[in-house]
Design a protein around this ligand. Sequence first.
Ligand code: ATP
Ligand code: MG
Length: 376
Amino acid sequence: MTENTNTLLAVEGLSTQYRTDSGPIRAVDDNSITVDEGEVLGVVGESGSGKSSLIRSIMRLLPDNGDIVDGAARFKGRDLSEMSESDLREIRGNEISMIFQHPISHLNPAYTIGDQIEDVLQAHTDLDEAERWDRIHTTLEQLGIPAPEERAKNYPHEFSGGMAQRVAIAMALICQPDLVLADEPTSALDVTIQAQIIDLLSDLQDELDMSIIWVTHDMGVVAEVSDTVAVMYAGNVVEYGPVREIFEAPKHPYTRALLETVPRHDRDRSERFNTISGSPPDLSDLPTGCVFQDRCPDEMDICGEHRPQYYRFDTEREDEHLAKCFLHADQPRVPPSPSAPTDIRMENGEFVVGGDSDVEDGGPTHRSAQTDGDSR
Ligand code: ATP
Ligand code: MG
């Protein structure tokens, strides 16, 4: 997640809470991600893990009871979380656009889809009317909508689910944005249509060299579309890395468990699906330590005492494979973030808490690793 000259979006320590009668719900808990030009970042995790909240926080499209409480989201160097509403409107739909899971509910039933797309073009471009309609018809055609000139005159309810999603994608891409936030763009569709829309969006991404944050709960979709993957659990990106590494060498026990739930066609039908036992923690009362501790097969004492920070694995692109897990405390650490302020590392089979061999800070304390086996 290192920033470089191609970095389009840099999210740093973003935290979001929802106000509720029973207290604040921390749906996004101190997350950092980057998206480079032309990169597809897959965001995956169980229902309720905070995927939608994360991308809505980036775009500042949260429900009324949602607040960004910490962190920043810099797009081309400008912090979206600090920007005025009018500056943000300028960027939305034009430079960053969003595709939702249920497109129909985000289209206005009272206007034809052509008129709705034209509104977007009118707001963000200098094209004259003829040029606007030309662009609309071409884009609809690009998205595989037959007879685009006729179809542009139709109302949203006149489209099937798959066609409505094509329209929503046309609307999102009409201004050729640099970044698209796609929130489960295909999960409401049946399998065949889903495959078509995935191919279509992937091809357009390639052709237009857009960046996409592609939210899904489907590891199969992640494998197909992503360059990089962020695995979310209880509001935390617990693992982050290149797609091949995530699938071939997953580091976080949650990622491993998630991969186990992918149907295996080489197994008997009865053994094909695994589920992760237990349930995620209450987001209104997150544990002190690791958010996955209660369900983790590798839980150690330290997991209940401290929130793990990112540990880094060597990859070709150096620091891009990260996991928030004390199993990897012998790996180099990424500097601590606000919710994981304690530096913890593994040295000679023991956890060293609160110190840093490179930094003089009064001396570390020591704890044994419970599951380490050899207590040297
Ligand atoms: P899904 O896969 O079901 O879409 P998700 O990963 O997108 O789930 P979010 O919708 O971001 O998860 O929700 C994260 C948490 O925040 C959940 O516990 C959810 O119940 C809670 N939440 C979401 N919106 C609100 C809201 N407006 N008020 C209170 N809590 C909310
Ligand atoms: Mg969601």
